[in-house]
Write a protein that binds this ligand. Structure first.
Ligand code: IPM
Ligand code: MG
Length: 361
């Protein structure tokens, strides 16, 4: 089959990691008889430099015209990059928020599991890791605090700011349905995370989740407060299957979950709407400090590309081949700097891409 992939290489390490993912995808295309046609789409700092804004209407149209979008990372050093002298709505991150909203990508899936080979890189003690963990965070991505009205102004001589957090029941219901749906294909447990002891938005969240849960009698579910969840993730990560949560909590908890896998460089993600379309990106940022040094870990991007094959193109065999190749490369002892430990072979970004490509069967 022929697939049209929009590619947002972005900023920082983005172009390096995306080019490794393309290497691996091209090998899959050759072996399995597909054609992947790439179209570069500008977003973030790269778009600011070329067009003056972090995302143009043409870029949104190009993304919509693709079967799926593969993204690297956007943004720069917030203290030194000129992009951060611009008003907030013209900075790189605004492009990412805008494309998520424009494409209605409300469901953000972030799987976090521990590879046996990376146990040594996991900062949690062995006795707490136990048999390891395998969870997916289902993060609401187009509502809540990141999309509410905000303002900064002086009130009687004092700088005062306001951010607002709004959800309606429909927005909560559709993400809850996605969370329960995915749980039915996994270990059938949903942990819905909120702050219902304080926030109205969380109280509505709980109520809607309970309604949705009635349609999934074979999925067990529980509510957990977000502060407790942050603690449980490092105390007993094995207890989680699907973590269902709102936008900001999911942002924070997914970084925490990624860290216990050994490195943020391992965590892939898929942002989905109600069609087969999706935007696939590593959960980590643009790491400007190591950009252009061939040091980045391309695995999260390669695993994101595998998710694209699985969710948008229905190519399960091919996605398995990519995930197996990643497992094999770790088994064979190759590591990028972020997951390096004594007794393993340290390789750069490009070599890691080559090694994974060679292991596609
Ligand atoms: C992420 C990132 C983004 C987010 C930023 C860059 C806007 O942290 O994808 O987790 O908060 O969603
Ligand atoms: Mg984040």
């Amino acid at each position: 089959m022929n697939y049209k992939i929009g590619v947002i290489s972005g900023d920082g390490i983005g172009p390096e990691i995306v080019s490794e993912a393309k290497k691996v995808l091209n090998r899959v295309a050759d072996l399995y008889g597909h054609t992947f046609q790439y179209e570069e789409i500008l977003m973030g700092g790269a778009s600011i430099d070329a067009c003056g804004v972090p995302l143009t209407d043409e870029a949104i149209e190009a993304a919509k015209a693709s079967d799926a979008v593969l993204m690297g990372s956007i943004g720069g050093d917030t203290t030194t990059s000129p992009w951060y002298k611009l008003p907030p709505n013209l900075r790189p991150e605004a492009g990412l928020l805008k494309i998520r909203k424009a494409l209605n990508l409300f469901a953000n899936l972030r799987p976090a599991y521990l590879y046996e080979e990376l146990k040594g890189a996991c900062p949690i003690k062995d006795e707490l890791i136990g048999e390891g963990f395998d969870m997916v965070i289902m993060r609401e991505l187009t509502g809540g605090l990141y999309f509410g009205a905000r303002e900064t102004k002086e009130v009687e001589g004092i700088m005062t700011v306001r951010d607002t957090l709004t959800y309606n029941e429909n927005e909560i219901r559709r993400i809850a349905v996605k969370g329960f749906d995915i749980a039915t294909k996994r270990r059938k447990k949903v942990t819905s995370v909120d702050k219902a002891n304080v926030l109205d938005s969380s109280r509505l969240w709980r109520k809607v989740v309970e309604e949705v849960a009635k349609d999934y009698p074979d999925v067990t579910y529980e509510h957990m407060l977000v502060d407790n969840c942050a603690m449980q993730l490092v105390k007993n990560p094995g207890q989680f299957d699907v973590i269902l949560t709102e936008n900001m909590f999911g942002d924070i908890l997914s970084d925490e979950a990624s860290m216990i896998t050994g490195s943020i460089g391992m965590l892939s993600s898929a942002s989905l709407n109600d069609t087969r379309f999706g935007l696939y990106e590593p959960s980590h940022g643009s790491a400007p400090d190591i950009a252009g040094k061939d040091m980045a870990n391309p695995i999260a991007t390669i695993l994101s590309a595998a998710m694209m094959l699985r969710f948008s193109f229905d190519l399960d065999k091919e996605a398995d081949a990519m995930e197996d190749a990643v497992k094999q490369v770790l088994k064979d002892g190759y590591r990028t700097a972020d997951i390096y430990s004594d007794g393993t072979a340290k390789v750069g970004c490009s070599r890691m891409g080559d090694l994974i490509r060679e292991r596609i069967l």
